[in-house]
Design a binder for this molecule. Structure first.
Ligand SMILES: Nc1ncnc2c1ncn2[C@@H]1O[C@H](COP(=O)(O)OP(=O)(O)OP(=O)(O)O)[C@@H](O)[C@H]1O
Length: 296
């Protein structure tokens, strides 16, 4: 898989505040890469640097294997903050002006309006749009040059639930067109629903990164209930593949080593004459995972 963005040891301070501390990560083609972190963790600073708006103190980054240049810039679309459209002009006219500013032709305008679901509203003035529609128009504007990569900072901020759902759906549709998306968010739910990969930032440091599905699947819990609690706890303490267990009301919650499953627990309990009244697997939520990561 080709690397689209390669970030190597980026650091940035504002006075005595270290906003970014030796950040290293790779974004591969076709991924939807989430930069996840609480407010002030360095997400916007990272995006500002890789979009050449901010200068890093140290470190480097490469787009498509090369230092940033006019040629690489044309391959990247960005939405860092909601752009100012002219309120009394139509969606289409606003995109024509945006295209002129970017130095791209008008040939993609109808296509991007259709893509974001505003094809039938192209002659409506911007001021009549809902916040969700305004954000979708902003995404259309970022897509005017048909970029390979889209960089988005908190794309659903301030939207109502319907607007959030529309923008997330749109991001997935854009990604399905063989685009790479890099997206900063403080919303765990958003990253879990939209992203294929995640980098967790805290106080400018990378705390964890990888495929969202890996981070989640590596963190399953097995929940069991049994009337034979005491022998069950004794057995769990002896089983070598149990990483941890704890009692939670009537249940016992287990974390298992990789390559072991609830079947192993059931079989070993049964072999010792311990009957389970309940056994199920629960995926630790990304939120639980995230809180553990930033607690370390
Ligand atoms: N121009 C600036 N001058 C001084 N400090 C800044 C500046 N820009 C950002 N910071 C500080 O740097 C840290 C990282 O900010 P950044 O905006 O990158 O974080 P973020 O994760 O995007 O957070 P948010 O979601 O709140 O935007 C924060 O503590 C912020 O207050």
């Amino acid at each position: 898989m080709a690397t689209v963005l390669d970030i190597d040891n980026l650091s940035k301070s504002y006075g005595s505040l270290q906003a970014l501390d030796r950040l290293t990560l790779n974004v591969e083609k076709g991924s939807i890469y989430g930069l996840l972190g609480p407010n002030g963790s360095g997400k916007t600073t990272t995006l500002g640097i890789v979009l050449n708006v901010l200068k890093p103190d140290r470190g480097s980054f490469r787009w498509f294997g090369s230092p940033v240049s006019r040629a690489t810039k044309h391959r990247i679309g960005a939405l860092l903050e909601t752009p100012n459209f002219y309120p009394y002009l139509t969606a289409k006219r606003n995109l024509q002006i945006a295209a002129d500013i970017k130095g791209v032709g008008h040939s993609n305008i109808n296509k991007v309006l259709d893509l974001v679901g505003l094809g039938t509203r192209s002659n409506t003035s911007f001021k009549g749009f809902s916040l969700g529609m305004k954000q979708r128009l902003a995404l259309a504007s970022a897509m005017l040059s048909d970029p390979e990569v889209l960089v988005l900072d908190e794309p659903t901020n301030g939207l109502d639930p319907q607007g959030i759902a529309e923008v997330r759906d749109l991001i997935l549709r854009i990604a399905a067109q063989d685009k790479t998306i890099i997206l900063a968010s403080h919303l765990l739910d958003e990253v879990e629903k939209v992203c294929t990969h995640v980098a967790v930032l805290q106080q400018g440091k990378l705390r964890a990164n990888g495929e969202v599905s890996n981070i989640l699947s590596a963190n399953e819990e097995v929940i069991i209930s049994t009337p034979d609690t005491v022998p069950a706890l004794e057995l769990l303490a002896r089983l070598p593949y149990i990483i941890s267990f704890r009692q939670d009301k009537q249940n016992i919650v287990l974390t298992l080593q990789d390559n072991y499953s609830s079947l192993d627990v059931n079989r070993d309990m049964f072999a010792q004459g311990i009957v389970l009244s309940q056994l199920f697997v629960r995926r630790k939520s990304l939120e639980a995972q995230f809180l553990e990561i930033i607690k370390e």
